[in-house]
Design a protein around this ligand. Structure first.
Ligand SMILES: Nc1ncnc2c1ncn2[C@@H]1O[C@H](COP(=O)(O)OP(=O)(O)OP(=O)(O)O)[C@@H](O)[C@H]1O
Length: 335
């Protein structure tokens, strides 16, 4: 478990003070995938790098499994960092070393592995990230996705219980991003590793995270389970991220809505309700006619969800809404 208690960070550059993180309280539970999302300059990297003290806090306390990380001396910090893996946007691999040697690096540095156990461990890690065939290649001979797999294997080498991911998929195309996120989800599940990741894409949060914090101007402005934050965003910054993810142009949508008659409702279904033949039944039973203005059926991590915007005319609207709500459909009246 990671706990921030009134942690803040101000950089000093050219005689100026730059407040990157205002006093922040935060809890990240053991075994969860926790996402931090925000635009450039929001303070995500600062918050992430404070966890393993790549940045020193200006004040406050950071506890990791009840150990005060901010109070560690150099030896304590070195020992602590062996339990924390980190992966980076640009992979940070050594170009003059093979895949196997890159992965072996943290093991060699720790000095605790003999030749045989080190080779066995590297083989195990190569297998886990699906790179058995690439052991003797150099980074320049790999695709972006393969390079990040090497980064992941290297981060896992010393058997950490926490993995920090700094925009780990930002340099990858969408298909490779999906594969790397699947690998992270698998690692979280099978190794029971806590993962903290930062991103500026809601899609990354939606695919892999359990909980999310939205950052803006050095503050956490909204946080909660991904389903709650994603399906019912409150803060304007969160709402913009969700609209970007859905590729919806708000102005275009409002212009479209102006053309249609009746009430406009947004229905959100989660889990089983997503696939239930509910709309047709409610329309038949209540005499309400509907047309679909916008819609999406997708998944938040492993849970299916659907969101439909409908215009409704005629019939018994109140009865229709009551029936939908009784079937656990969340309803917002847009007009
Ligand atoms: N080493 C530094 N020295 C001075 N200012 C810094 C330093 N690192 C970050 N900052 C400033 O702190 C603020 C937060 O930066 P940070 O990198 O944490 O944001 P971010 O959300 O991760 O952005 P990005 O997505 O662009 O990396 C920004 O205003 C940034 O310019």
């Amino acid at each position: 478990m990671i706990e921030f208690q009134q942690v803040h960070k101000t950089y000093r550059a050219d005689g100026r003070e730059i407040p990157a993180l205002h006093a922040t309280d935060l809890r990240i539970e053991e075994g969860e995938v926790f996402g931090l999302i925000g635009h450039s300059g929001a303070g995500k990297s600062t918050l992430l790098r404070l966890i393993n003290r790549l940045e020193e806090p200006s004040g406050g306390r950071i506890l990791v499994n009840d150990e005060d990380v901010t109070a560690l001396d150099a030896t304590g910090l070195r020992r602590f960092r062996q339990r924390v893996g980190m992966i980076f946007q640009h992979f940070n691999l050594l170009s003059s070393k093979t895949v196997a040697d890159n992965i072996a690096m943290p093991l060699r540095l720790s000095g605790a592995w003999n030749r045989v156990s080190l080779d066995r461990r590297v083989a195990e890690l190569l297998e886990r990230v699906g790179l058995r065939e690439q052991a003797h290649k150099y980074p320049a001979q790999l695709s972006g996705g393969q390079k990040q797999r090497v980064g992941i294997a290297r981060a896992l080498a010393t058997g950490p219980d926490l993995l920090l991911c700094d925009e780990a998929t930002s340099a990858l195309d969408p298909q490779t991003t999906a594969q790397v996120l699947r690998l992270l989800a698998e690692i979280n599940r099978e190794l029971k590793l806590t993962i903290v990741l930062i991103t500026h894409e809601m899609d990354v949060i939606r695919r892999v995270c359990d909980r999310v914090a939205v950052m803006d101007g050095g503050r956490i402005v909204e946080q909660g389970t991904v389903a709650d934050v994603f399906l019912h965003p409150r803060h304007p910054t969160t709402q913009r991220f969700v609209l970007e993810d859905e590729q919806v142009d708000e102005h275009e949508q409002l212009a479209d809505f102006a053309q249609v008659p009746g009430r406009i409702l947004r229905l959100t279904f989660r889990g089983e309700a997503t696939y239930a033949p509910l709309l047709g039944r409610v329309a038949r039973e209540t005499g309400v006619d509907y047309s679909i203005l916008a819609g999406r059926i997708d998944r938040i991590k492993d849970t299916p969800y659907g969101q439909l915007t409908l215009s409704l005319v005629g019939g018994d609207l109140i009865a229709a809404v009551a029936r939908l709500e009784a079937a656990n459909v969340h309803i917002e009246v847009l007009r």
